[in-house]
Design a protein around this ligand. Structure first.
Ligand SMILES: Nc1ncnc2c1ncn2[C@@H]1O[C@H](COP(=O)(O)OP(=O)(O)OP(=O)(O)O)[C@@H](O)[C@H]1O
Ligand SMILES: [Mg+2]
Ligand SMILES: [Zn+2]
Length: 463
């Protein structure tokens, strides 16, 4: 069975509020409290705190956060680090990725498809750039450390991002951090955390029950002769902060246990359903196709090679593929009266083939009252008309399939012919060039939408 991660994002636009301290230590506590739970952490920061905390000496690295964002399978770049926590090494090169990372759900998809299970913790930079936004949208839980009024005011942007995208704000929670217990106030709000809580509640922001105290011991864990950063769990056991982290971790684990399907899982399911629907409509499109090339009459299942054009009538009653050679030869004969015994045939044919391969052909009855004339036009890919010629259909309704127009008549016969062998005036036929190495691709969702666009433009052009 496929596994999906439960994602926790630590975010705040304010710097130095304790995001990284929270992210890294939370990872360690979660792992310590539940040994069999995979816990993975990475950071969009370039401070390398994650690396300094989790890397094992002499470890060979398979890649970093940059590689993951560029498309490397995420579980391939996860390293098993200290304390059993998995980490993705940090990168200094995320600045320019920022520019290229356009979609808001890209990270969600990457993590959903990563094969990583358990809990993933994402530490973000103190801004709301596109990477942070991606981390926010991917998250089952967002923890926002706040230490003072300015950092509390800053939360507004995160909340309004969620509002804009219509995401449930239940996943967002503030956590008072760096709380100095020595500071006491007169009056109703007797201390920092009570004050922050009250202001948060007043703005409709949810707070965790727990807060994190400011502790000189914790602060000192960053500064060591060996350049390492020590965890609170092992090096600050006696502090209040230790108990507070244990409490936060318990709450997170409760939420994790109460979430049968994480956001990544739901998004993945939604994506696959969408893909499934795309596939269904593709198969449906394949189904209504003519079995033969209308011009040479060959079964396309027997001669699939060389299909270079897709045709469709405006009412979609006739659809199918034509061989490149068949359609080009038809144009040579119909437009220029050239057949293969003409002296300049080969050279001219190349030019005609090239032009046809770059344009969409329209075939329609010329005006309602003159159905014995054909209106032939070519449009470029942006739907502008680049060529027009009237073609006399003498002999067509009598069933004369010989002569210069023989190939044209064969094509019209099974696509645009109505009563008494006359051209229908209520529909027209368009012939689109396709990639001969993969003609069926024209029926895939995106390409087919482009075909329909051109059909619409033609429809507007001939009104
Ligand atoms: N509970 C705490 N008690 C005392 N000092 C703390 C505590 N938590 C974090 N600090 C210190 O506060 C400083 C900022 O912490 P941290 O790096 O975690 O913040 P940040 O929000 O990640 O910062 P940035 O926005 O720059 O990434 C660090 O020096 C850290 O050691
Ligand atoms: Mg940080
Ligand atoms: Zn053919």
């Amino acid at each position: 069975m496929q596994s999906f991660p439960y994602i926790i994002t630590i975010s705040s636009e304010k710097g130095g509020v304790g995001k990284t301290t929270l992210a890294t230590n939370l990872a360690i506590y979660l792992k310590a409290m539940r040994e069999d739970l995979p816990v993975t952490i990475f950071s969009f920061d370039n401070h390398f705190t994650v690396d300094r905390m989790f890397e094992l000496k002499g470890q060979r690295l398979a890649g970093n956060v940059h590689d993951m964002l560029m498309g490397a399978q995420a579980n391939q770049v996860v390293q098993t680090g200290q304390y059993g926590v998995g980490y993705i090494p940090s990168s200094t090169e995320l600045g320019d990725i920022n520019e290229r990372f356009k979609g808001p759900m890209t990270l969600t998809r990457m993590l959903a498809e990563s094969g990583i299970s358990g809990i993933v913790i994402i530490d973000t930079r103190p801004d709301l750039n596109i990477l942070t936004q991606n981390a926010l949208y991917a998250a089952d839980r967002v923890l926002i450390p706040v230490k003072d009024m300015p950092s509390l005011e800053n939360c507004r942007n995160i909340f309004s991002l969620f509002e804009q995208r219509g995401i449930d704000k239940k996943s967002l929670a503030l956590i008072p951090c760096l709380i100095d217990e020595r500071i006491k106030f007169e009056g109703v709000f007797k201390d920092q955390k009570t004050l922050l809580r009250a202001f948060a509640a007043n703005r409709g922001y949810r707070c965790l029950d727990t807060y994190i105290s400011k502790s000189p011991k914790v602060e000192s864990l960053n500064t060591n002769p060996d350049g390492k950063i020590y965890p609170i769990l092992t090096h600050a056991r006696g502090t209040d902060v230790h108990g507070q982290f244990a409490e936060i971790s318990r709450e997170i684990l409760n939420c994790y246990d109460a979430t049968p399907e994480s956001r990544a899982c739901l998004y993945y399911t939604w994506l696959s359903e969408k893909e499934g629907k795309k596939k269904e409509s593709y198969l449906a499109r394949l189904e209504g196709l003519a079995e033969r090339c209308l011009i040479c009459g060959a079964l396309l299942s027997e001669q699939p090679e060389g299909r270079g054009f897709y045709y469709e009538t405006s009412d979609r009653s006739a659809r199918g593929f034509l061989h490149s050679a068949c359609f080009t030869d038809m144009l040579c004969a119909t437009l220029y009266g050239m057949t293969s015994d003409s002296r300049t045939f080969d050279a001219a044919r190349l030019v005609i083939a090239d032009k046809a391969g770059k344009s969409v052909s329209l075939l329609a009855a010329k005006d309602g009252n003159r159905p014995e004339m054909l209106d032939y036009r070519q449009f470029n890919t942006s739907g502008e008309q680049i060529f027009q010629k009237d073609i006399d259909l003498a002999g067509f309704s009598e069933g004369d399939l010989e002569g210069n127009n023989g190939k044209l008549y064969l094509l019209l016969n099974e696509s645009l012919t109505g009563y008494e062998g006359r051209l229908r005036s209520d529909a027209w036929l368009a012939v689109h060039p396709v990639d001969p190495s993969d003609p069926d691709a024209v029926l895939h969702e995106d390409r087919y939408r482009a075909v329909q666009n051109v059909q619409r433009q033609i429809s507007a052009a001939i009104l």
